[in-house]
Design a protein. Sequence first.
Length: 273
Amino acid sequence: MKATEFVSEIERLPKAGYVGGKSTLKQDPEFVKKTALPTAKPLPGGSGLLYGIELRNYQTIVRIYDPETNQPIGALKLNKLEKGQWPFQPAYQVDTITTDEDYQGQSIAKSLYGIVLTIMRATLLAGAQQTPGGRALWVRLTREIPGVEVTGYLTVSDLDLEVDTSSIPKNLPDFDKMEKALARNAKKTIDSIQSLGAQYIGQIEDGWHDLSYRRVYQFPVTVDITARGEEVANADKASKIAIYTNFIPRYNRAGKRATERPWDTGLMARWIG
């Protein structure tokens, strides 16, 4: 098995792939004035803006408000990853982020991420899809927030790392060959992970197989200049395992429609002080 054949990376969205902005931020002015603003806190930095964190059962929303307009000017929706879904806790994955067009150039989006990382002290995972603006924001996170570490991550099923012959009848004439093939595949997988300079950080529940897990590794990243502009990329330029792609393969080892979850790669940011 070629380890890179089953890697699911972050999908690039075109600029128009997500339409946000002022129209999606609007809240009832009375609600903002009487409920949201009284519980909001000053945004660090002395801008006069306020922020609020709305905790829901499965989604958390971080908003930044301009008290002069009684309206939010930025919002970050997060999907919570419970214990067993990510090694570092608390953890959230980005759902959507949007800012008011009138406040462009004021680092509102960066501040929303900064609230999660430096105030909530939570681990933040990039969404499975990103617009050019989202990719540029992760470049800024990599460079501009002291105390925050941005790395790539890789998850792979433990079934791809262990030589498990329990489901193969041992009286088959080709049993030895099948066992050796499984061992070769496992070694190729492990070699591919090691080539990244990856560090094991824990395991999460697989959800695709009974009683199986996905092992999670983090690996170093850098900022590359590509045809699309600057992007966060795998620091190992020789590796075929990437972070971004325009196409996510969904095929199994036999070239048929996927019956097993492929490897996943993505971006992770966390406060390390």
